[in-house]
Write a protein that binds this ligand. Structure first.
Ligand SMILES: Nc1ncnc2c1ncn2[C@@H]1O[C@H](COP(=O)(O)OP(=O)(O)OP(=O)(O)O)[C@@H](O)[C@H]1O
Ligand SMILES: [Mg+2]
Length: 365
């Protein structure tokens, strides 16, 4: 981590490739920290694919302050310094939950001009440092979490220059890793001394054993990077995948998933030494898995059970029907020949078991 001095912690999620979980992680980490009753600001810096903005707001209208409006304002003025603070004066941020504020990326439906490619990287870096200073002062923000755009775009790279924690989220496959290392190279190129990059490996498929992945990737990373730090390994979970966009905060509604436990560990790991008051009590119980709520494994246990019940139903029905097919149908025939009676009972039970499995599947989200 970079020195905090008088600054507040700024935790940014970046990635080389899209869809690795930056939005999910940033929204939920911000939500967890806001339970400490300190004001947390989530900044959506993905102007093109408005992840956190889309998840947490209905529509963003023209009079809302957005990251993109502030960015345009800062980079189109010749002398931007100090100016963002006056732009924010007296204006309200979007409130996503108690103590959780959001700086949305853009107004709903707004077409974004690719402005960052037309300005100097220094100008972008200056905009970001002014932005974090201005929002912290104007709204009494105690911690900032940033949801970045995927890929080595100038704005995401510049984030590494202001954040106290720059976390590159990756998946454990070769293609994503290639993008991860590429982004890391871009960052080091721009900030050879200041940037402190950490890695988080997400969406690890069930077929991989976590320990094996850990050993392999530490070896791979070790070959490429010195002083590497991997913050965590998070499995792919069907419950998380299925709930995306449907529930705002996984940390609230799926607190016993591995994702929530990992987010709690991340909060504790990043902040317990330097800013312990930002860690809510709940983080420890989520991390320890002692919270009440549905217990879910990598694959949903409910769904797994309903599948097992249905499979049993199919087997019973097939066995029962085969027994029945030995003779004619009809109650008298059934009663006269015990084998057919057994067949009828088995087939009937099978159908009931199948229906139960189906209904259990329906009632699960
Ligand atoms: N551990 C996980 N298990 C299962 N699904 C996951 C996990 N992490 C993320 N996902 C899913 O991956 C998808 C992409 O997540 P998300 O939008 O947070 O990624 P992103 O990096 O912000 O993407 P983008 O680059 O497009 O902004 C979502 O459907 C999300 O539910
Ligand atoms: Mg996103």
């Amino acid at each position: 981590m970079k020195e905090l001095n008088d600054r507040i912690p700024i935790i940014a999620f970046l990635s080389g490739r899209g869809g690795v979980g930056k939005t999910l992680l940033s929204v939920n980490l911000a939500r967890l920290l806001s339970k400490s009753r300190k004001s947390i600001l989530l900044i959506d810096l993905d102007f093109y694919n408005r992840g956190a903005t889309a998840l947490l707001t209905g529509t963003v209208n023209r009079d809302a302050i957005t990251g993109y409006a502030l960015f345009k304002h800062a980079v189109t003025r010749k002398k931007a310094s100090g100016d963002l603070a006056s732009k924010l004066k007296g204006r309200k941020l979007v409130q996503a939950a108690e103590f959780l504020f959001l700086l949305p990326s853009t107004v709903t439906g707004e077409i974004v001009d690719w402005m960052e490619y037309r300005c100097e990287s220094q100008q972008i870096a200056q905009f970001l440092s002014q932005l974090v200073r201005a929002v912290a002062e104007e709204y009494g923000i105690k911690c900032i979490v940033i949801d970045c755009r995927a890929g080595p775009d100038p704005l995401s790279i510049a984030v590494a220059g202001v954040s106290t924690h720059t976390i590159i989220v990756s998946e454990p496959d070769r293609i994503t890793w290639d993008g991860t290392l590429n982004l890391h190279r871009y960052i080091l190129n721009q900030y050879p001394r200041e940037a402190w990059v950490e890695f988080l490996i997400n969406k690890i498929p069930e077929k991989y054993e976590l320990d094996k992945i850990r050993a392999e990737y530490e070896e791979i990373l070790g070959r490429f990077l010195k002083s590497l730090r991997i913050l965590g390994y998070i499995p792919f979970e069907y419950d998380i995948f299925e709930s995306f966009g449907e529930i705002k905060f996984v940390i609230d509604e799926l607190a016993r998933t591995s994702m929530s436990r990992n987010i709690a560990s991340l909060a504790i790991e990043l902040l317990s030494e330097i800013y312990p008051s930002l860690i809510p009590e709940e983080a420890r119980s989520i991390e320890a898995g002692t919270l009440r709520g549905a217990s879910r494994g990598p694959r949903s246990t409910g769904l797994r059970w309903s599948r097992i019940v249905m499979m049993a139903g199919i087997i019973y029905t097939v066995v029962g029907c085969s027994l029945l097919l030995y003779g004619n149908w009809g109650l008298r025939v059934l009663l006269a020949e015990p084998i057919r009676l057994v067949g009828a009972v088995v087939a009937g039970t099978g159908i009931i078991v199948l229906l139960v499995g189906r209904i259990a599947g329906w009632f699960r989200r």
